[in-house]
Ligand binder design. Structure first.
Ligand code: ACM
Ligand code: ZN
Length: 609
């Protein structure tokens, strides 16, 4: 008889499906298994092609894809209009066949993402698996549909640039977890990252900075990394990444920031500022006073840029930023003051609205809608704008009350992945506000109660995590900040809120870590922490205990004899008794045996008085 525990251990899908019934037995994929398609077209072939890529690489065989029905050893994919929406799917795995029903190829694709998580993790290997693996899939019946249509991740490639191959790798990981939007933050004070043919200096000048601040921006004295730093994507790169994302049902929304966060662009073209410059591409982090001027020529400049941008991105949205734009330059600029007079504006905040409105109107003529950070509410909201609520949830609530669409991404809700995910004393340097431990991200509920009580839920399109990269110096650091918290995002964006259970989620994160290992993802493993602030030295005057905890339930192992702990070392079950001088070495360990870094804590005994 199968024990319930065994069943639970075998099925650890993230995000948790809406309905999942586990059955007895397995379907085994082998080189005779055939994938059949009810409609044989390019999109359907695309929805299954990555499956064959996985098998080709890891198992050394691929499956025949055909439209001829088969009764057994088949993965039968059928388009079926009775499913609730275009991303829904129904998946029935029995010992002789797998049946997938979906309304669109996108639903078929998501069913295959679920199947991937039911296979042995070796399927994710990037080379032929030489041990004998049976490619078993446990029998299940799954009915699944997303909670939200917008399930996004923002990548800031301005503060630190990541090459297109790394962007593709992120897209693979997003799609694997049924996330469907990549918000690509392409421009900011510290670097302009998208080639614009009409204004080549945007990238040749604006794409590079002379120096970069090291550590926190308020550290005194300031330390600089003085090597020239930068990079950008050519339009050919952009097309390649957009096509790559499309194949994985990920939509890319580009962000071209305005009117603030524009020092890189103004370094290249200072004539579009209020003061005329000169400027330097910023090497510090923060908010800067020099922003685009509202003179007429700026709008021509912005429109020319957007003409090129809209051609590269098929998304119906363009993100215009709109956040953190100080108005001090506008206050002191003859052009901006003249503009306010002409337009009968009394406050500079309304000039920001004028700026965003004008660009929105222009983009509407190109068939595009705009998204902006919640500052775009301040001088009055543009007619059709979607608001990204980042300064808490009030911006999102206010926009929904005005019947605007909203994407929730509050920094205070655990959705800023540049915030700490563990004790700041032992985690690598990052943004020190509002800690975003995995449980906080996971427990975020995207629909505020006010919105529910007013029946305005339909205006909450979804939810997004932001990866601001000031402290994500490399792609490795970005992955460390993103995983596993992006899995929590996937679950709050996809799974029904009533099914949320952090303990079970933490178990599935542990179980799935081997899949991330196969893909060489450099994810965060919680460290043993001390409850009142972690430190490397504990001074005692009497026999006492040293207590440890982890940011999610984890096994901890330790030694007291100076040796490096292994998965077989003493398991931490209660505070460690200490007396006299000694050394504690302690680490966490995943079910796979993979360990965190080892922490060493010296205990020093001092005599009382
Ligand atoms: C933001 O975090 N400045 C949108
Ligand atoms: Zn001006």
């Amino acid at each position: 008889m199968l024990l319930l525990g065994t069943l639970q251990a075998s099925v650890s899908i993230i995000p948790m499906p809406q309905k999942c019934i586990e059955k007895r037995g397995n379907f085994t994929v082998n080189d005779k298994t055939v994938i059949t398609l009810s409609v044989d077209n390019e999109e359907m072939r695309n929805a299954v092609s990555f499956w064959n890529d996985l098998f080709d690489t890891a198992a050394g065989f691929s499956l025949e894809v055909s439209s001829t029905p088969r009764s057994s050893n088949v993965i039968r994919c059928r388009l079926n209009t009775s499913l609730p929406n275009e991303e829904s799917y129904k998946l029935t795995v029995s010992q002789s066949s797998i049946h997938i029903d979906a309304r669109t190829p996108k639903g078929i694709f998501y069913a295959f993402q679920t199947l991937r998580q039911l296979l042995p993790s070796a399927i994710e290997s990037d080379k032929l698996v030489t041990e004998k693996v049976k490619w078993n899939i446990p029998c299940v019946v799954i009915e699944d549909s997303p909670a939200f249509s917008y399930r996004g991740v923002m990548l800031d490639v301005s503060r630190h640039f990541i090459p297109k191959e790394d962007v593709k790798r992120h897209i693979d990981l997003l799609a694997f977890h049924k996330l469907n939007i990549l918000h690509w933050h392409l421009t900011d004070d510290q670097g302009w990252r998208i080639e614009i043919k009409k204004y080549p200096k945007l990238t040749t000048v604006g794409g590079y900075r002379k120096k970069t601040i090291v550590g926190y921006m308020w550290d005194n004295p300031t330390e600089w990394y003085t090597k020239r730093y930068g990079g950008f994507y050519t339009q050919e790169d952009i097309k390649e990444v957009v096509a790559y994302a499309k194949k994985r049902f990920v939509e890319i929304i580009p962000e071209i920031e305005m009117p603030g966060h524009s020092v890189a662009a103004l370094t290249a073209y200072p004539e579009y500022s209020c003061t005329g410059g000169p400027f330097e591409v910023e090497g510090r982090w923060g908010v800067f006073n020099d922003i685009y001027c509202t003179k007429e020529s700026t709008f021509t400049f912005m429109q020319d840029i957007l003409d090129e941008v809209v051609k590269l991105f098929p998304s119906s949205y363009i993100h215009l930023g709109g956040d953190e734009a100080p108005r001090i330059r506008w206050k002191n600029c003859v052009h901006c003051q003249e503009r306010m007079k002409q337009e009968h504006l009394t406050k500079e905040a309304e000039l920001q609205t004028y700026f965003i409105n004008r660009i929105e109107n222009y983009l509407n003529t190109k068939g595009k809608k705009i998204i902006g950070w919640d500052e775009i509410l301040e001088g009055g909201l543009s007619p059709d704008a979607t608001v990204m609520s980042w300064r808490g949830t009030s911006g999102g609530i206010s926009a929904a009350l005005q019947k605007h669409d909203v994407i929730m991404t509050p920094g205070s809700g655990g959705l800023y992945l540049d915030h700490y995910q563990g004790d700041y004393k032992i985690e690598p340097v990052t943004i020190p506000s509002a800690p975003a431990y995995l449980s906080r991200t996971y427990n975020y509920e995207p629909v505020p109660d006010t919105i529910k009580s007013l029946g305005l839920e339909k205006h909450i399109l979804g939810v997004q995590c932001n990866n601001w990269s000031e402290y994500m110096y490399t792609n490795a650091k970005m992955e460390y900040q993103m995983y596993p918290r992006s899995l929590a995002l996937a679950e709050i964006a996809w799974s029904p809120a009533k099914k949320k259970n952090f303990t079970d989620f933490a178990r599935r994160v542990d179980a799935n870590s081997v899949r991330l290992d196969e893909r060489h993802v450099r994810y965060h493993i919680p460290l043993p922490e001390q409850p009142y602030g972690s430190c490397d030295k504990v001074v005692i005057t009497k026999d006492t205990v040293v207590t440890f905890q982890t940011s999610r339930p984890m096994k901890m192992v330790y030694t007291l004899d100076g040796t490096t702990p292994t998965p077989a070392s003493a398991v931490y079950t209660e505070p460690i008794k200490v007396s006299g001088n000694m050394t504690i070495k302690i680490a966490t360990v995943l079910p796979s045996g993979k360990m965190s870094k080892v922490r060493t804590i010296d205990v020093e005994k001092q005599n009382y008085a």
